[in-house]
Design a protein around this ligand. Sequence first.
Ligand code: FES
Length: 257
Amino acid sequence: MSHPSEIPVELTWHKALDPEELPEGRVKTVTLGTNTLCLTHYDGKYGALDNRCPHQGGPLGEGTIENGMLRCPWHGWDYCPLTGTPPGDYDDGVETFPTETREDGVYVGLPPEPEHVRDVSDVMIETMVNWGVKWCFGMVGHSNLSVADALRRQEEAGNLKYIGIRHEGAASFACSAYGKLTGRPASCLAIAGPGATNLLTGLWDAHVDRAPVIALTGQVASQVLGRHNFQELPLEKPLGVWRITPKPSCPTRPTPS
Ligand code: FES
């Protein structure tokens, strides 16, 4: 845990609040860059804490200040709203960032973003781009964030266009239509479980008309596969004639079903 007094060098200052935006004794969630923070106003001062509760990741920015402590909304763990320290002898505090009150609002100093390290999601999407896929229709959620980030990098590089949709069925039908009209595949993206099953009708439409599509879905962690984890679905049964599940400990290879 860091404290406002331990200010690292080369901070980037982001405006987080307008003057008077956050009343005394209140809490607010703020996203700055890729950081989600819990902003607090307590005892005339402002605090900026990592939004993830150290217990199980609860959203501290949706908590409340009670009896001088910031209370996590999930299971009620308490932290100092300014320093992130827990009460008593506990040592699992929340990371904090320095704040500065200026004329035009409250600023938070954040360290520079770490440089991205190319990962398996980058390799997957780069491969897709190298195959000539130019479009992705998709819906982003917690189980496909890494792939979504890789898609964003390819879009920023001018190699791909990403179209956000509001239901996965629309994504798979768009893919199917693109395949029928051009003879080339586009891709559709969904999260694990219900997001993946929502793709089914559009994928079947493509299947019966022999249209090429690439369906990308999230999946639960490999450690809990087959144990009825939240949003787990054995994708090869309803979806696949051919699937790939990348695993960190072994080479990636296609698995016929
Ligand atoms: S996640 Fe915050 S108390 Fe459990």
